[in-house]
Structures are given as C-alpha cells and as structure tokens.
Design a protein around this ligand. Structure first.
Ligand code: G4P
Length: 529
C-alpha cells in the first residue's frame, strides 16, 4: 500500500468526558465492535478505581494501567483506528491536554441525564483552541435523562457550534425504543443487556406505520422532532465539521452495545485522517516519506530497578520500521531505544511499522523530553521542530527540603527526570534557595514525593510556598527585560527548560506588575519549542 493510502486510512482520536459518563464502557465496546477484542470486560477489568484517592497503591496501579491501555489500536473496515486514552483524574489534567495535542479528532461522551459536566467543559476548551473536530455521543439513553432537544441546546451553547443530529432517539429510559438513523432512513430497535455483538433489528422508515403502532406516541414525537430539526438544524457539512464549526451527534447506550456501530462508522466516514503539520521551518505532509514525530508523553518504568522510561511518539510523517535510527532534533543526538512498541501487537498480522497517525512507544534511559521532535535524521529534516505541546502555568507551589543533605545529587537527578516526564514542573529561584515544585493539581505533589523516595531513594519534605502562580516572561527588548529582572530578582525562577518565569505572590500581583512593566509579556502557557 502506498504511503498516501496508509496515512489516509488512519484515524487518531481521544475520548473526552466527565468521569462516569461511560468512557471506559464505550472504549470497550468500540474495541468489541471492531473485533479488536472478543470478550467484553477486559478494558473494564483494567480500569483502576474510578475515584483515585491519594492511596499510593492506587496511583502505582494507575501508572501501570495507563501504560498498558494508553493506546488502543483497532482495524475496522480496512481503517486503522488509534484511540488514545486520557487520564481521568482532574489533578492530572495537564497530561490529558497533552494527549489531546496528539489526536486528529475527539469523541465527546455526554451522560444524557447530566448534560455537559465540568471536566468535559475544560476539555472542550482545549479542543476549541486547537479547532479539533468533535463527534458527540449522548450515552445512557436507556435511563431517564434530559429531553434530547434541551440537551442539544446545552451542547451547542457550551461548544459554541451547532449540533447536527445524525441519529435520533425514540423514547427514553424505560421506554427507549431505539434510534432512527437520519441518513440511512431506518430505525435500529433497542435491545437491552446484550454483552456481545448481535444482530439488531432494523426497520426502514418506509414502514413508519408499523413503527407508529409499535412505539406509539414516542415514535410520533420522534417524527415531529426530526421534522423540526430538518428545518432548524443545519445539514451535516463535512468541511464545517473538520473545521470545528459543527458537531455530528449520535445517541445510544454504550453498556447495551447500542449506537456504538454508528460511532465507529462515523470515525471512519467522517473523522479526519492525519493532516499536514507545522514544524517551524516548513509544513510537513503526513505522506512525506521521512519519519518524524513528537514525544507527547513520557512514562517512567513501573519497575524501580529499571530506570528506563517509555516515550510515546505521535508519528506525523513517514514510516517507522523496527530498528530505524532516530534523532532527537533538540540535541542533535542519536537515539538508541532499547525496544520499540508499535501497538499493533493485538493483531495477528502484526507488522512492525507505523505511519502518520500511529503512536509508537520506545524505552529510553534519558535524553528525551516531553515535546521533543524525533526524526530519522534525513538531510531534508534539518531544523524540523513541531510546536504546540502545552505546559500550563502552575497554580500550586511547594518548596523542596531535603531530609538528608547528602542526597542532593539524587534529588537533582530525580527532579530532572520527573520534570522531563511532565509529572511536575521544577523551578530554580534565581536568587538561590530551595527548589520549587509547581503543579496544577495537589495530587501531583504527593506522587512526586512518593516517587522520589521509591525510585530515587530521596526523602523530601514539601514546605508551603508564598507563590500562587507563575507566568513565563518575554520582553520587547533585552533592555526592557533587564530592567524588569533587576527590579524583580526575588521573584524570578528558571524552569526545567531554562525558560524564565515570574512567580506571583497574589492574584493582584500580575495586574500590578503588568501595569508597571507594560513592555513585558506574561504568558500563562508555554509551548514546547
Ligand atoms: P467512565 O469511564 O466515563 O468513568 O465511565 P464508565 O464506562 O466506567 O461508566 C460509568 C457507569 O455508567 C458504569 O456503571 C457503567 O456501567 C454505566 N454505563 C455506561 N454506559 C451506560 C449506558 O448506556 N446505560 C447505563 N444505564 N449505564 C451505563 P457502574 O455501576 O458505575 O459500574 P459497573 O458496576 O457497571 O462497572
């Protein structure tokens, strides 16, 4: 198959949802329907406690699980579908944002009873910033929920783009009768409690009278709503969907295998294949024959006696083949991974190659950071540097104090590595003093403290800090910058990438400082460059 054909048959997406909306269930059903797994329950069984506590075992378990199930690949209708898992816990939302930079589309799962919930809202914002196309799945139609029209209104308002229903429910809750496929013009009848792929009954709309008799008022109401929507809602327009200007909406019940097929088909028929990508010096086409990609996630080995880590690379161009030489663009150094996984292993016809859209994971002993661009080092790839991997300004700070001062070298090494993984942000105050850890969620501190001890043998105390925020700094001119740094030395620090940051001591600090130094730019987000 040609390069072009290989990239065009790829779909890479993530599911965005609020905990409990049904992400795990839907993931499992997608795998089931595509034939990637045969027994329902295998994803579910690996799911860690839904409400992660600060219990260490839980965290360790989660880290293990997230390696095992962080990329799932399925082959469906001759398409290669890559599903990237996103961490569920709010405190690790930074990781989730970074995963979203590695996908070409998102599947939003909404609980029909709860509508758009807080965590979904945050994830929507990230997708909106990047114009990621979103397919919407309204789940749990077998339960009493909100009126579908009201749900669509709410989703439209939250997303800021029109919803285009592709299916429409007949009844809801106990009276859920099935869904009308608005394009195929048939109704798929609901049957509860199926835990495997079964033939479902399909009735063409030309037999509407029979459906009216069978479902009574519910079918008539659906007919009325469909008519209303045909007039009020825009028609599905693939260009508009791809430009994140409308979202196709599907209804179903994941736990009952219902409506899942439609979603899988939508991923193939509607969702985009990998797009060209800006790499600074030029735009790289997915079917460019030379391999390139970005590290969007770094995960430490679960076994503390092995200090290696897995770097997850989203492929943006070319083909990766086993044994290929790789180069880290930032350092110019060659990368010699000890092993590479291509996430194709579930398939019997496993091939050790990956194309744009795929994810490869390789083990490394260091030298690789989040956001690194990896290439095969071909002459045409000089200077390639993908951008867009976000680091968010931390909102929580703690100072690190070493219990045993002799361990300062181990601490440096540990913090460097944890910083490279993105587990925490590390700041070195310019005027000296203890290092500062910056986090977006409280749990991150606990994990780092625990891992420093377990993996690096370093015991630290975490002390309160006077800082409540940070902004990365740039200036119109070196003179302006000097004026600013001279005046604020006690509040400046360098992060792990040696980027200068200004630390805030109060919510007003930023506004006041900005007023005093209008030529300094304060950035809440740093993109890996
Ligand atoms: P999450 O990954 O988004 O957190 O959600 P998950 O799939 O774990 O689903 C959360 C709960 O919602 C589960 O029930 C699951 O069975 C249920 N669920 C998922 N889809 C549907 C649906 O279409 N209809 C109904 N009625 N329920 C659905 P649980 O009782 O919390 O867990 P379990 O005991 O079933 O494992």
């Amino acid at each position: 198959m040609s390069f072009r054909a290989e990239t065009q048959r790829r779909r890479t997406f993530a599911i965005i949802s609020h905990p409990d909306a049904g992400k795990t269930t839907l993931t499992e059903k997608l795998l089931l329907f595509s034939g990637a797994i045969h027994i329902a329950g295998s994803v579910k069984a690996r799911k860690a406690s839904r409400h992660a506590t600060s219990d260490w075992m839980e965290i360790e378990k989660q880290r293990g699980i997230s390696v095992a199930s962080s990329v799932m690949q399925m082959l469906y209708r001759d398409h290669v579908i890559n599903l990237l898992d996103t961490p569920g816990h709010r405190d690790f939302s930074e990781d989730t944002y970074r995963v979203l930079t590695a996908v070409d589309s998102a599947l939003m799962v909404i609980d029909a009873a709860n509508g758009v919930e807080p965590q979904t809202r945050r994830l929507i914002e990230v997708c909106r910033q990047r114009d990621t196309p979103i397919i919407t799945f309204i789940n749990k139609m077998d339960r009493e929920g909100r009126d579908p029209i009201a749900l669509l209104d709410e989703i439209e308002a939250e997303l800021g783009m029109p919803c285009v229903p592709m299916t429409w429910p007949v009844g809801q809750g106990k009276a859920f009768g099935g869904i009308v496929d608005l394009r195929a013009k048939h109704m798929r009848l609901f049957r509860a409690g199926e835990d495997r792929v079964t033939e479902q009954e399909i009735v063409p709309l030309s037999e509407a009278q029979a459906l009216r008799e069978r479902f009574g008022h519910d079918f008539e109401l659906a007919e009325q709503n469909i008519e209303l929507l045909t007039e009020a809602a825009p028609a599905f327009d693939r260009e508009a969907f791809l430009a994140a200007r409308q979202t196709p909406v599907f209804f179903g019940s994941a736990v009952n295998n219902f409506g899942v097929q439609e979603v899988l088909d939508a991923l193939v028929d509607l969702a985009p294949s990998p797009a060209p990508r800006n790499a600074g010096v030029r735009i790289v086409q997915p079917d460019d024959e030379h391999f390139s990609g970005v590290v969007f996630k770094v995960q430490a080995n679960m076994d503390p006696s092995h200090r290696d880590r897995i770097a997850f690379v989203r492929v943006y161009s070319g083909r990766y083949t086993q044994g290929m030489k790789l180069k880290v663009q930032r350092t110019g150094k060659e990368l010699r991974p000890t092993s590479v996984v291509t996430f194709l292993s579930q398939r019997r016809e496993a091939v050790d190659e990956a194309y744009a859209g795929d994810i490869i994971g390789f083990t490394t002993h260091g030298g690789v950071q989040l956001g690194d661009t990896i290439t095969e080092g071909h002459a045409s790839q000089a200077g390639l540097q993908y951008t867009g991997l976000p680091f968010f300004a931390p909102e929580l700070f703690q100072a690190v104090e070493l219990a045993n001062p002799m361990k300062s070298k181990q601490l440096q090494a540990g913090l460097l590595q944890l910083g490279e993984e993105g587990a925490i942000q590390v700041f070195r105050p310019q005027e000296g003093g203890p290092m500062l850890l910056g986090a977006v969620g409280q749990l991150q501190f606990e994990v780092v403290q625990h891992r420093l001890k377990a993996e690096y043998g370093v015991e630290v105390r975490l002390m309160p800090s006077r800082f409540v925020g940070a902004r990365w700094i740039t200036a119109d001119s070196p003179e302006e910058l000097k004026k600013f740094t001279d005046a604020n030395a006690s509040k400046l620090a360098l992060d792990a990438a040696d980027t200068l940051a200004y630390l805030l001591t109060s919510p007003y600090d930023l506004r006041l400082t900005q007023e005093r130094f209008p030529k300094i730019h304060f950035h809440p987000l740093r993109e890996h460059a």
